[in-house]
Design a protein. Structure first.
Length: 196
């Protein structure tokens, strides 16, 4: 066994709970409500109305007990509930890994997409059950539910990657993902307000 600055955890198995998107054993679980997503959606009036009316849970993230420590590979399962705000699909906040490291997503259920942005060029990876979306180092990433049912995916990432949310607030994600006729529609990030 090599020497480690932080001793690794023991080998373990983690069971995915398909009905809820939970993990057993479980680490931290977090819920992001509409009120937690200020500044994300282009249509501020629609966002405020959704927040004030019911303040729904937009997405939940269940984590395994694997710690965010160097050398470990923590996992999380994100469930984004269906819906849109001013025509813009429900999405995660999005972040950049300040320590530039890659990440793997695996679609588990529902339909969505992975929006990637390197500061210049946006890219879109359609996600569905069985699809692996690969996030190379240096690409900010956001997930979007483009369907009518919960979109759920597994993420596996290096434990010392870190999460920088300020980068996305400052630079945007290149595109906004809007409800279209059948397929999602993409608008430049600056376009606001967005008509529903
Ligand atoms: C994912 C995300 C998760 C929630 O586990 O953290 O989908 O998205 P936000 O963190 O942007 O709110 C991941 O990419 N981890 O690195
Ligand atoms: Zn990430």
């Amino acid at each position: 066994m090599p020497e480690f600055a932080v001793p690794p955890i023991d080998p373990m198995s983690i069971t995915f709970q398909p009905p809820t998107g939970g993990m057993t054993p479980s680490g931290p679980v977090l819920s992001r409500r509409m009120s937690d997503l200020e500044g994300l959606f282009a249509d501020t009036a629609a966002w405020r109305a959704a927040r004030d009316e019911a303040d729904p849970v937009v997405y939940e993230v269940a984590s395994s007990p694997v710690p965010e420590a160097p050398g470990e590979l923590p996992q999380s399962i994100t469930t984004i509930h269906p819906g849109a705000v001013g025509g813009e699909f429900h999405m995660t906040k999005g972040h950049q890994h300040p320590n530039p490291q890659g990440e793997i997503y695996l679609g588990l259920s529902g339909t969505g997409g992975l929006l990637l942005f390197d500061g210049t060029t946006p890219k879109w990876i359609p996600m569905a059950p069985g699809v692996i979306g690969y996030i190379p180092p240096g690409w900010a990433h956001r997930s979007v539910n483009t369907g009518d049912e919960p979109y759920r995916f597994l993420a596996v990432y290096p434990g010392d990657a870190g999460h920088d949310y300020g980068w996305v607030l400052e630079h945007g994600m290149g595109w906004r993902v809007l409800r279209g006729a059948g397929e999602p529609r993409f608008a430049p990030f600056q376009a606001e307000p967005v008509a529903g």
